[in-house]
Design a protein around this ligand. Structure first.
Ligand code: WTA
Length: 660
């Protein structure tokens, strides 16, 4: 499909249009519609953040909003106490909304489960009692390695109830990745699942989980296994310390567990994410600040109301699912939709079928999905009545104006505002985006920083760049949803995020998210992508070092360099340049072994698009691999300067090997 044909679906007037306004109808009903909110936050900062904290029920009120005495180890609402499970479940039951639907779950085959807040209350309590029974104590890290089944949010909330931080590992990650994360968090408990369905077939998940458990260095006290597949299961017997979810729940039927009073700064969960080095980083989020922040942004940006049906199509295994499938929406008492399967099974209209079926009001997805929808064509959404939609959102990567406009026209019927939300695992929640009831939308630009968020675009010296110039995104003031540290690694926390632009001697701390950006004359920020060695493949964050070390682990591989090449749907795709040891050849088998090595080390999401065998990598005289060149080669671009190379001839040789 050429660009022109693609644009044919977009009416000419939309192609030209650079700004969009929310409709009057939307603004009238919006949770936040007064522009003065920006000023209010600025003038009263940090006290303005009580606005977010006030959306929660506190057991003990905090006396101080922000404690800045030990930057960058900031504390928010520090002497307050609360419980996240109480806020996401009990308070809605107590306020008379027990029969409102909390979770609508849709299985891949169209099987459905509905949990009211009362149902959720019962299940969370029973599972909390089960966890206690298994020996889980406050502050023990419980790992979850689960697909999109309702037991996942139930287990998360049960952990929150007893003050045991959870660490959810995306189900698509490999056994090795699970083991690494359990080891790093010293986690002795695992909640997992026998399997799940993918494109009609049952998939064995427990085998992978068991393999992962073998790689855990310390003792594992208990594993809980959800039976998702029933008769389609793979017949694994549960071992000595493995328990069946349903049996545990039956044993604890009707049990109630009082929500544990947690300090605001107590850890709610850990989430591992990729960075520049091979070791994933254990991002620590806390109870008060994180919950206040995700609740506030769900209210102000997603415009969620208790009576809404809201659907975020992400996986709970990533931060987007934590913040905007589980904590934010449930804290507000909304109905949150969970879908087990893929967007194109059984057909490419699966998501629109679900939107119609549940009359979804607010829909939040990733640009990679939108690019796939665009490619498939507008006939699929056209099969369904999508008129229930009020607001659309995107997250995870930059969205190009064409995809934005397609989403606006074909999914939102030119009625729904779109929020393009920039944020990260580390930020806990949305940071840069328009407020849908306030701001003008500019396709391709995420928007201004949210009220109270001090994001800037600076040059290498830390000076703000002029409008239109590229620079680096930074955040100067702390915010409640920020990560507090990297698990048991305060030094790395400071090094990774607070090094470049801070002045420790002056006690001035600036957060560096490692994204490039530019800003326009209206203060709208366009994100240009990562400036570290992290790739964004289909909205998934992957470290090139992690992929390289998986490849180098394959027998016969001497050296590997991984870069991202442009990809129409995935955004970026993995290109692996590989040098083999003497005596090994770049055969089809070798290529497969490398792909398998990556799938085993990380997971299928990191699978290389192309493996390019080469006798040498382009290196500078000082021996540094020139990744920029490798990217240009992957993209078939004209090459930049090669004169500093020690081995310039290798470039043409490699170019010839990349498939176009
Ligand atoms: C990228 C996902 C452009 C960015 C919530 C960031 C975006 C990384 C956007 C974090 C956006 C996220 N526009 N780029 N709206 N949202 N990113 O930790 O590079 O999985 O640093 O968190 O995704 O990815 P993470």
């Amino acid at each position: 499909m050429t660009d022109e044909e693609g644009d044919g679906e977009l009416e000419a007037r939309l192609v030209e249009q650079e700004t969009f306004e929310p409709s009057e109808e939307f603004v009238e009903q919006a949770n936040v519609s007064d522009e003065s909110i920006y000023e209010e936050f600025e003038e009263n900062w940090p006290r303005s953040w009580t606005r977010a904290a006030d959306l929660l029920d506190w057991e003990t009120e905090y006396s101080q909003v922000l404690d800045e005495s030990n930057g960058p180890f900031y504390e928010w609402f520090a002497d307050g106490t609360l419980n996240a499970s109480y806020n996401c479940v009990d308070r809605h039951v107590e306020s008379g909304d027990k029969n409102r639907v909390a979770i609508k779950w849709e299985g891949e085959h169209g099987e459905t489960r509905t949990y009211t807040y009362q149902d959720l209350y019962r299940e969370v309590n029973e599972f909390a009692a089960s966890l206690r029974d298994l020996g889980v104590e406050e502050d023990d890290v419980v790992t979850m390695y689960m697909p999109m089944v309702p037991e996942l949010p139930i287990a998360m909330l049960a952990c929150a109830r007893i003050g045991a931080p959870h660490s959810v590992v995306f189900a698509g990650f490999s056994a090795d990745a699970l083991a690494t994360r359990m080891n790093s968090a010293d986690s002795r408990y695992l909640i997992t699942c026998d399997g799940y369905y993918r494109r009609g077939d049952p998939l064995d998940h427990l085998e992978k989980a068991n393999e992962g458990l073998e790689g855990v260095d310390h003792g594992v006290d208990a594993t809980v296994v959800v039976d998702r597949l029933g008769d389609d299961g793979f017949g694994h017997d549960l071992k000595g310390n493995q328990h069946d979810w349903d049996d545990l729940m039956a044993d604890h039927q009707g049990d109630r567990v009082d929500p544990v009073e947690r300090d605001a700064e107590d850890m709610l969960f850990l989430m591992y994410t990729s960075g520049t080095t091979g070791e994933p980083k254990g991002v620590k989020h806390t109870t008060g600040g994180y919950l206040a922040y995700t609740t506030w942004t769900s209210h102000a940006v997603l415009d969620l109301k208790p009576e809404d049906t809201y659907w975020c199509s992400a996986d709970i295994g990533w931060i987007t699912g934590h913040s905007y499938i589980v904590y934010g929406p449930l804290s507000l008492g909304t109905t949150t939709v969970m879908y087990e399967g893929t967007p194109d099974f059984p057909e490419r209209d699966r998501l629109w079928e679900i939107v119609e079926k549940y009359a979804v009001d607010v829909f939040y997805t990733a640009p990679t999905a939108i690019r796939a929808f665009m490619k498939w064509g507008s006939e699929y959404p056209e099969r369904h009545d999508l008129s229930s939609l009020r607001l659309l959102g995107t997250v995870g990567e930059p969205i190009n104006p064409r995809a934005w406009k397609w989403y606006y026209q074909h999914i939102g019927d030119e009625e729904c505002p779109i929020v393009d939300t920039w944020w990260q695992t580390e930020t806990g929640g949305m940071m840069v985006t328009t407020l849908p009831g306030v701001g003008t939308m500019k396709p391709g630009s995420a928007g201004p920083p949210l009220p109270g968020i001090d994001a800037k675009v600076v040059d290498t010296a830390g000076e703000e760049v002029e409008a239109g110039r590229a620079g680096y995104l930074t955040v100067e003031k702390p915010w409640p949803g920020m990560l507090r540290t990297l698990y048991q690694n305060d030094d790395r926390f400071v090094q990774e995020y607070w090094q470049e632009y801070s002045d420790p001697d002056a006690d001035e701390w600036v957060y560096f998210p490692e994204d490039g950006a530019k800003i326009d004359e209206d203060g709208y920020i366009t994100i240009l992508g990562r400036v570290d060695d992290v790739l964004n493949v289909s909205g998934h964050r992957l470290g090139t070092m992690e992929i390289e070390s998986a490849i180098v682990g394959v027998e016969g591989v001497a050296e590997a360099a991984v870069v991202g090449g442009d990809h129409e749907v995935k955004g970026e795709a993995v290109y692996a340049y590989v040098i083999l040891e003497d005596g090994y050849e770049g055969t089809e088998e070798m290529r497969e072994a490398i792909i398998e090595g990556v799938e085993d080390g990380i997971g299928p999401i990191a699978r290389p698009e192309q493996v390019i065998f080469t006798p040498e990598l382009p290196k500078t005289r000082s021996g540094k691999i020139m990744r920029r060149l490798l990217e240009e080669i992957a993209n078939g671009e004209e090459l930049g300067d090669t004169t500093t190379l020690r081995n310039p001839d290798i470039v043409t040789e490699i170019q010839g090997k990349v498939q176009r």
